[in-house]
Design a protein around this ligand. Structure first.
Ligand SMILES: [Zn+2]
Length: 137
């Protein structure tokens, strides 16, 4: 078990398929076939119809919706990540899904609303593979 408290708890049952898909570098999101609707963050059942979700692959492309840049490490473990770009991106093929992660290959001045991003995978430790964004140059 990692001692880095900034990492997610992988044992939360509803999100286990999500973290497994990240480990396999093939990110998946929940989809309700009855409502024809995607869901992020993970839920036990569809909030609209109570139905069961499927986990579906997406392309790995996303488009920058918004972002903020963090210049001060408020928590231990983030000192070497400053400035940290926290982005919200719309996931291609999953309408309605806006996913939040860090952009790891860009400076704040490189960013433009709507620009193409690619979901990449950072293996943090043996258990945790975190999805991040890179800008597509
Ligand atoms: Zn539904």
């Amino acid at each position: 078990m990692s001692e880095n408290f900034s990492l997610p708890d992988l044992s939360w049952p509803v999100a286990i398929p999500f973290w497994k898909s990240c480990q396999e570098e093939n990110i998946k999101f929940q989809y309700c076939p009855k409502c024809d609707a995607w869901q992020w963050y993970p839920l036990f059942e569809c909030a609209e119809c109570g139905g069961e979700f499927e986990w579906r692959e997406v392309t790995g492309r996303a488009f920058l919706f918004s972002w903020t840049t963090v210049y001060k490490a408020f928590l231990p473990g983030f000192e070497d990540k400053i400035p940290l770009i926290v982005a919200v991106a719309e996931v291609e093929g999953a309408p309605g899904v806006r996913f939040i992660s860090n952009i790891i290959n860009a400076k704040p001045e490189d960013l433009k609303v709507g620009m193409e991003l690619k979901i990449v995978y950072e293996k943090v430790d043996e258990e945790h593979t975190m999805p991040r964004f890179e800008i597509v140059k």
